[in-house]
Structure formats: C-alpha cells, structure tokens
Design a protein around this ligand. Structure first.
Ligand code: PEP
Ligand code: MN
Length: 348
C-alpha cells in the first residue's frame, strides 16, 4: 500500500504519522522526493482501514499496490533513482536519472598488461567504469575460470592507475570479504535467483549490478531486486543481457522491450549488455545504439585489446578502436534522449 503525503508536511508531523502506522504492525519505507513524500507500507496491510487513512489531514492519496515488488516499484518512488559511485579521485560518477553510465572492459582479467591497457583506452574513449571478471561462471568446469583473487589485485591496480571505478562479478557470499575495493558488485544472470546471495547483498552498502536471468521474467528480475532492497540496500542497477529463445543465431535474444517495461514499473536505472545479449561483436554497436534509443540508462560492454586471443568471450568483444568510435556515436544518441554522458576528467 502506498500513502502519498500532502505537500508541506513537516518532519515532526511525518514522524508522528509513521509511528501511528508502525503501531499497526507495519514496516514503513519512506521516500522523500523533491516535491512529495511517499510512504510504502510493507507487511500485511489487509487490516488497514483505507478510508480512515484517506481521511487523515496529512494524506493526499492512498493506493493499493498490485505488484509483488514494493521497494523496487515506481509507485513507492516516483522519481528515477540515480546511483552515485565515488571514483578513487573523489569525483562522483552517476548512472540513471538522465546520466548515461558506460561500463567497459574485458570479459575476464587476463594479465596486468591487458587490463591496464584496456582500462587506459576505454577511459580515453570516455567510459565511466571498468569491468573485468575474475570469478567466472563458465558452463564447462574445464574452461578458464578467471584469475580469482590474483585477478582482483590486477583489476585494483588498473583502478589505481586510471582512476576508473571497477565492476566485477560475485559468485558466492564468501567472496564478499575480498570485495572491499570493488565499486559495483555484479550479480550474474546465473545467480539472479541465488536468494541467499541476494539477501547478503542487501546487507552490504555497495551498488549492485543485477543481471536478468537467462530465462527470467521482468517480474522475477524485479523480485530479485526486491530481495536486495528488502535488506536495506537500495542501490541497484538492473541489467538486460538477453534471454533464451528458440533462435540460435545470436547467443541470446536482446529483449529491448524490457527497457521501457522496467522503467515503467520501477524507479531503478536500467542498463543493457549487448555483448552477452548477442554474442557477436559486429552486432554490438547496433544494439548499443538501440538500447540507448530505447531509454537505457547505460551500457556494459565487453572490450578487448585482442579479441581473437581472449581467454573468454572473444567473439563478442569489440576492439578498443570500435569502442572509441561507438562512444562518439553514443554521445549523439544521448543528446537526443536528453541524457548526459559521463566524461572522465581529461577525456577529449
Ligand atoms: C559477464 O558479464 O561476464 C557475464 C558472465 O554475464 P552474464 O551473467 O550476463 O552471462
Ligand atoms: Mn563475458
């Protein structure tokens, strides 16, 4: 249930009103927007007298929420959420609410030379964040599994050298203890419904990049976000990365319609991963442009200095040159969408 407060309600009045609701056994999620305060009532609201609430002099509107996700629901938070990520230089990078966040880097960290070279190039081309997998969820146990903690050290070295905040995937709760220097924790498609992991991430205070599961519905993705949010961590970036369909031409099918759908249902930023969605490097720039044109708040792209020699996902990784030229085009797309593209200090 949502209770929209009248404009001009004082802090003291709000506190008393929340206490009144809490005495009825409800948990209250308070979202203070620029112009209005909205309260989300979580718990069993069947006994709440809607008429009585509406008659209260501080209340403007009362709505029953049909959807099972509450905190992720746009009704609970009408304005777009912006995720702020501090860079090591102290400056803030943003994703969402009019700011396009571009995350770029290799599928996997392979060596110091590789990750630093890619980091420097994507930074120069205008990326706001560096990606690099170190704990890799591979279909085969015999494939390269990532460099693990050693890879994380290399990723941290690239962060130090370039000032780019880093994004990497977590596979299990036990890894959280080595994620101190990680700026955005990625939950991969295969772990979208690892509820134990999601609950634990609800207790951590880092932004979470939550990827849509291979065969998950939009509602299931939002419910996964709800798991994290119900633990108190509201800093979630949703990611469309393609879903399984009958077609095998592309690695997955990029569901572009999930962008407007998710943005309608939720206030959380939505980014797109055209690399895993298509599996084909030549298709990535077109799908990246399409995603921005469809309203995405950002992109996560696999970029490699030598895709042919990549230890993982080379066929879907674009080159450093292709990334730089895509960034030039995206700038124009961002402008049409009324969004701004983060520029690192010193980028042309
Ligand atoms: C990745 O980003 O490297 C990855 C494994 O992605 P996904 O979980 O979307 O397959
Ligand atoms: Mn990959």
């Amino acid at each position: 249930m949502i209770v929209a407060m009248k404009r001009g309600v004082s802090g003291e009045e709000l506190k008393d009103f929340i206490a009144l609701l809490e005495r009825q056994g409800l948990r209250i999620h308070c979202s203070q927007g620029l112009t209005q305060t909205v309260l989300g009532l979580v718990g069993d609201t069947s006994g709440v007298d809607e008429e009585a609430l509406l008659a209260h002099h501080l209340v403007e509107k009362v709505l029953r929420v049909q959807e099972p996700y509450k905190r992720a629901n746009r009704l609970f938070h009408p304005e777009d959420t912006r995720i702020d990520v501090p860079g090591p230089d102290g400056g803030l990078r943003h994703i969402g609410a009019g700011e396009l966040g571009i995350i770029a880097g290799p599928c996997s960290v392979e060596s110091r030379e590789q990750i630093v070279l890619v980091a420097e190039s994507v930074k120069k081309a205008g990326a706001g964040f560096l990606r690099g997998g170190v704990f890799k969820p591979r279909t085969s146990p015999y494939s390269f599994q990532g460099l693990g903690c050693k890879g994380l050290d290399l990723l941290l070295a690239a962060k130090r050298e370039t000032g780019l905040p880093i994004v990497t995937e977590i596979m299990g709760i036990h890894q959280l203890e080595v994620f101190d220097g990680v700026d955005i924790i990625q939950v991969g498609a295969r772990n979208m419904q690892n509820f134990t992991l999601l609950r634990e991430l609800g207790r951590c205070r880092k932004p979470i990049l939550l990827k849509r599961g291979l065969a998950s519905t939009i509602t299931e993705l939002l419910m996964a976000a709800e798991y994290i949010m119900s633990g108190g961590n509201d800093r979630i970036i949703l990611c469309e990365r393609g879903i399984r369909t009958f077609d095998t031409y592309t690695r997955n099918t990029l569901d572009l319609s999930s962008i407007p759908a998710l943005k309608r249902q939720s206030h959380l930023p939505v980014i797109v991963d055209p690399s895993h969605a298509t599996g084909l490097a030549w298709m990535v720039p077109a799908m990246a442009r399409a995603a921005v044109a469809a309203g995405a708040d950002g992109l996560i792209l696999e970029v490699h200095n030598n895709p042919e020699a990549a230890l993982c996902d080379g066929e879907q990784s674009i080159t450093l040159e292709s990334f730089a030229s895509l960034m030039g085009v995206l700038e124009r797309y961002a402008e049409i969408e009324g969004k701004s593209l983060y520029r690192n200090p010193g980028t042309p």
